[in-house]
Design a protein around this ligand. Structure first.
Ligand SMILES: CC(C)(COP(=O)(O)OP(=O)(O)OC[C@H]1O[C@@H](n2cnc3c(N)ncnc32)[C@H](O)[C@@H]1OP(=O)(O)O)[C@@H](O)C(=O)NCCC(=O)NCCS
Length: 183
């Protein structure tokens, strides 16, 4: 459990699947979260996917439910995906999605990201954290930059949705940069 001022990142439970199913079939959320507005997933397929987290079978991906402290409601999900290189765990990708749209732009994304970064650098002892998005995703890029991420590369026109190609943007934050930002 990662506890912030206004939100808690907690394990996902079986009863959360219904809400995540709603958000993962929401065109706007999935356009932003995965560059996939036409994403459609059945309850059964989602349950199978999340079962690995619920049963703690997937050691490489840590998924959390984002719970709003004031309402005790689940408002989204987030994850830390560890990368292994020669059996060493030096980096991870983080991702988050606030599924309840009326909770956007309230500072939650900032708090969630800082909890994920704290976990990556101060508990998992990682060296680099990565962040993937697409070129037109202003909110994601603004949030990543605010947290100290730098753009490391652009995959030109590597994804296609809404009848056009979009650049993929790879951002990264090194441990030394994170540590500087904490003082
Ligand atoms: C992207 C997302 C996580 C941002 O979370 P949030 O709670 O709205 O972000 P915050 O309120 O903490 O804002 C963080 C910064 O981003 C900026 N920002 C937020 N939304 C923005 C937007 N639509 N356009 C430009 N900047 C934006 C804020 O101004 C803030 O910067 P500031 O503090 O300097 O003003 C959230 O909108 C979301 O979950 N969207 C759906 C899924 C998704 O896109 N996931 C990310 C995939 S990479």
């Amino acid at each position: 459990m990662l506890t912030g001022k206004t939100i808690v990142l907690r394990p996902l439970e079986r009863e959360d699947v219904k809400l995540i199913h709603k958000w993962q079939n929401d065109e706007e959320v999935m356009r932003l979260a995965r560059s996939e507005p036409d994403h459609a997933i059945s309850m059964e397929a989602l349950t199978t996917e999340l079962d690995k987290s619920i049963k703690a079978e997937d050691q490489m991906t840590r998924r959390f439910g984002i719970e709003e402290k004031s309402s005790k409601k689940l408002i989204g999900w987030c994850s830390i995906r560890l990368n292994s290189w020669a059996n060493r765990y030096t980096s991870a990708e983080i991702g988050l999605a606030i599924g309840e749209r009326d909770r956007w732009k309230k500072g939650y994304g900032t708090e969630i990201t800082s909890l994920l970064l704290k976990e990556c650098f101060e508990q998992l002892n990682l060296h680099r954290v990565g962040w993937w998005t697409y070129g037109d995703h202003k909110a994601s890029i603004a949030l990543a930059k605010k947290m100290g991420f730098r753009e490391e590369g652009r995959l030109r026109e590597n994804s296609f949705f809404d009848n056009q190609f979009h650049d993929g943007v790879v951002m990264g934050l090194l441990r030394s940069e994170y540590e500087k930002s904490q003082h």
